[in-house]
Design a protein around this ligand. Structure first.
Ligand SMILES: Cc1cc2nc3c(=O)[nH]c(=O)nc-3n(C[C@H](O)[C@H](O)[C@H](O)COP(=O)(O)OP(=O)(O)OC[C@H]3O[C@@H](n4cnc5c(N)ncnc54)[C@H](O)[C@@H]3O)c2cc1C
Ligand code: SF4
Length: 322
């Protein structure tokens, strides 16, 4: 597991970083390095240049509605200003030590995972590689065989589900300018492309809508070891209650497909005729039907899908008496 050589660039402000990105042909951003560097050690799609975001103060904002890309997951989990759903979700990510280095931007842009891909170089050579890191062999995908156009590696980051449930907006920047979009629109259904980031573009921050402090929420996660494992399935729910009635319900899943799932339309339909436990059971079953995991993480897909229903019920349990 020797780190392959690359040139590290350390810009000290956003303009410098975006200028560098526009000049370099092939590079990766690195923020906390807790995902990128282990992948590099396993020789997974290594780039000749790496641009560190560590010295860029503009990416460090943290308030009740603005979360900078370089905010450490630990600081988000401990913040008295952050939304309680973000705090709860952040506190389930990896381990205490990893959370001290890991960042919000790195979490959102986490590479997709697959047990045919997240392996050492010799292991992957022994199976003649796979499409996502094919070493110029045109290897097929091992999960959906006889094709090398689509990768269905799984998105296993937690924060995205909470951000979608809180109706967040994601903000991007490149030397060509800045742009923003609803959080769920950031992701692209392919385990290699992953998201809409263009060459030289980065995530700068995430914002939450005005009045979000009136929303409550809950995150539920399935993982092998509670101490640090990636989500095998995750459900975030956020709701608003006014005069004893649910007036908003948004739901999102992660850990089941190449992108996180936005199930907020199902939530909005369900609150029109809300009937406590009964509505929760129907909604949880509809979310189970909507997710389609494949066989490329630790637990089998059928179990992860079943657990999505259980997690959805648990996440919505505070609404059962309404
Ligand atoms: C043992 C272990 C357990 C883990 N458990 C979990 C878990 O439970 N839940 C979970 O969600 N994650 C988990 N992780 C994954 C990872 O640690 C976290 O997701 C972390 O938040 C990644 O952030 P980082 O700053 O270290 O990212 P980095 O490793 O620096 O970057 C990750 C990816 O994002 C890109 N990137 C980083 N910042 C930006 C930016 N601002 N704009 C555009 N692209 C960017 C990088 O190029 C890279 O592709 C785990 C990792 C390990 C090693
Ligand atoms: S889903 Fe297929 S192409 Fe993607 S990492 Fe897994 S085996 Fe490789």
């Amino acid at each position: 597991m020797r780190m392959p050589p690359f040139t590290l660039h350390t810009p000290s402000n956003l303009a410098q970083a975006l200028g560098l990105a526009a000049e370099l042909d092939d590079f990766d951003w690195v923020s906390g390095g807790t995902d990128l560097l282990p992948n590099y050690k396993w020789h997974l799609n290594v780039k000749p240049h790496v641009i560190s975001l560590a010295g860029i103060q503009e990416l460090n904002s943290l308030s009740s509605t603005v979360i900078g890309a370089m905010v450490r997951i630990h600081d988000l989990a401990e913040s008295s200003e952050a939304h309680p759903l973000l705090r709860q979700t952040a506190s389930t990510i990896a381990s205490v030590m990893l959370r001290r280095s890991a960042t919000v931007g790195g979490n959102i842009c986490l590479d997709t995972r697959c047990f045919w891909f997240n392996q050492g170089e010799e292991w992957r050579r022994s199976i003649d590689w796979c499409h996502k890191c094919d070493c110029d062999t045109n290897a097929d995908c091992r999960v959906i065989p006889n094709q090398n156009t689509l990768c269905v590696a799984t998105y296993q980051a937690d924060l995205a589900a909470a951000f979608i449930a809180l109706d967040a907006t994601i903000h991007l920047a490149s030397s060509a300018g800045a742009r923003s979009m609803p959080f769920a629109d950031f992701f692209q259904l392919d385990g290699m492309t992953r998201n809409v980031l263009q060459k030289g573009e980065m995530v700068t921050h995430v914002t939450l809508p005005k009045g979000i402090e009136e929303w409550q929420g809950e995150y539920q996660k399935l993982r092998l070891r509670k101490s640090w494992d990636f989500p095998e399935a995750g459900v975030a729910a956020a709701w608003k209650i006014e005069k004893g009635k649910i007036t908003g319900l948004r739901l999102a899943t992660t850990g089941c497909e190449s992108i996180p799932g936005d199930h907020s339309e199902l939530g909005a339909d369900a609150i029109e005729a809300w009937n406590g436990k009964e509505s929760i059971a129907v909604l949880a079953e509809n979310i189970r039907k909507a997710v389609k995991p494949v066989n490329n993480t630790y637990f089998p897909p059928a179990y992860r899908r079943k657990m999505i229903r259980v997690l959805a019920k648990r996440a919505m349990s505070p609404l059962q008496d309404l």
